[in-house]
Design a protein around this ligand. Structure first.
Ligand code: NAD
Length: 260
C-alpha cells in the first residue's frame, strides 16, 4: 500500500494522468493533481477524486511550457499537500507533420512540455526524496521513446530523450532508495490521439471505428486501444514494494507494438 505517501502527477485532470492519479489514490497515496486549467476547474477534479477514493487530493496549476513554472511545480505541490514522495511526469502534447513543414514553435513546445519539464520536476523533487531515503519517479514516455513512426520528429526526440534522461537519473539515485522508470504506452484511449484517429477516419468517409482499426492494424498487435486505467495500475506497481529493484527501465505497455 502507498499509505502515507504523497504523489504529484503532471497533466492529471484527464486521460492517462487522471487514471494514474486515481490508481495511486486507490492504493492509499494522497495526490496532487496538476494541469493548465484554472484553479476552480482543477480543484473540482481533485474534490471528485477525494470523494471517490477517500484520499486527500489537491490541485496545482502550472504551464509546463514555462521553464520557471516547471521548476516551481514540485514546491507548489508540496505546499498544497505535503513533500512529494512519488513524482509522475505525464503531461505531454503531440503534433504530427513531416519535418519539412514542422513549425519550430511546435518543436519547442513539445520539447519543453514532454521532456524539459521532467528535468525540472525531477531536479526539484530529488533533494527531498534523498533526505527521506525513499522516492519513486515514473515518467510517461511512449512506444515512440523506443521506436519511430513517420511525421513525429519532435515527439520522438522528446520521448527518446525522456527514456535516456530517466536511465541517467536512475543511475544517479540507484543506491538511495529511489527508482526512476518509464512507462511506454502504445495507442491509449485519450484525447491526445483524437486528431490522428480523425485523420484516419477521413479516409473511410469519417468512420471513426474504421480509423481506429486502421491505426491499430498498422502497429498494435492486440488490436485494442489500451484503457488509461491499465497504465495507472502499472504505475502503482512501479511505486510498490515489489518494484524496489526495478530502476532505469522503459516498460512497454503496448499490446505487442515493440515486439515486432
Ligand atoms: P491528454 O491530452 O488527455 O493528456 C495530456 C495532459 O497534458 C493534459 O492533462 C494536459 O492538460 C497536459 N498538458 C498539455 N499541455 C500542457 C502544458 N503546457 N503544461 C502543463 N500540462 C500540459 O493525453 P494522454 O494520452 O493522457 O497523454 C498523457 C501522456 O501519455 C503524454 O505524455 C503522452 O505523450 C503519453 N502517451 C499517450 C499515448 C496515447 O496513445 N494516448 C501513447 C503513449 C504515450
Amino acid at each position: 500500500s502507498l499509505n502515507g505517501r504523497t504523489a504529484l502527477v503532471t497533466g492529471s485532470t484527464q486521460g492517462i494522468g487522471l487514471a494514474i492519479a486515481e490508481a495511486l489514490a486507490c492504493a492509499g497515496a494522497q495526490v496532487v493533481l496538476h494541469g493548465i486549467e484554472a484553479a476552480e476547474q482543477g480543484q473540482a477534479v481533485a474534490a471528485r477524486l477525494q470523494e471517490q477514493t477517500g484520499a486527500r487530493c489537491a490541485y496545482v496549476q502550472a504551464d509546463l511550457a514555462d521553464e520557471t513554472a516547471a521548476a516551481g511545480l514540485v514546491a507548489a505541490a508540496a505546499a498544497a499537500l505535503a513533500p512529494i514522495d512519488i513524482l509522475v511526469n505525464n503531461a505531454g502534447i503531440q503534433h504530427t507533420c513531416p519535418i519539412a513543414e514542422f513549425p519550430a514553435a511546435r518543436w519547442n513546445a513539445i520539447l519543453a512540455i514532454n521532456l524539459s519539464s521532467a528535468f525540472h520536476t525531477m531536479k526539484a523533487a530529488l533533494p527531498g526524496m534523498r533526505a527521506r531515503g525513499w522516492g519513486r519517479i515514473v515518467n510517461i514516455a511512449s512506444v515512440h521513446g523506443l521506436v519511430a513512426s513517420v511525421n513525429k520528429s519532435a515527439y520522438l526526440a522528446a520521448k527518446h530523450g525522456l527514456v535516456g534522461l530517466s536511465k541517467g537519473v536512475a543511475l544517479e539515485t540507484a543506491a538511495e532508495g529511489i527508482t526512476v522508470n518509464c512507462i511506454c504506452p502504445g495507442w491509449t484511449d485519450t484525447a491526445l490521439i483524437q486528431p490522428q484517429i480523425e485523420a484516419r477516419a477521413a479516409a473511410f468517409g469519417g468512420d471513426r471505428q474504421a480509423g481506429i482499426r486502421e491505426l491499430l492494424r498498422e502497429k498494435q498487435p492486440n488490436l485494442t486501444l489500451l484503457p488509461p486505467s491499465h497504465i495507472g495500475e502499472v504505475a502503482v506497481f512501479l511505486c510498490g514494494p515489489a518494484a524496489a529493484g526495478i530502476t532505469g527501465v522503459a516498460l512497454p505497455v503496448d499490446g505487442g507494438w515493440t515486439a515486432q
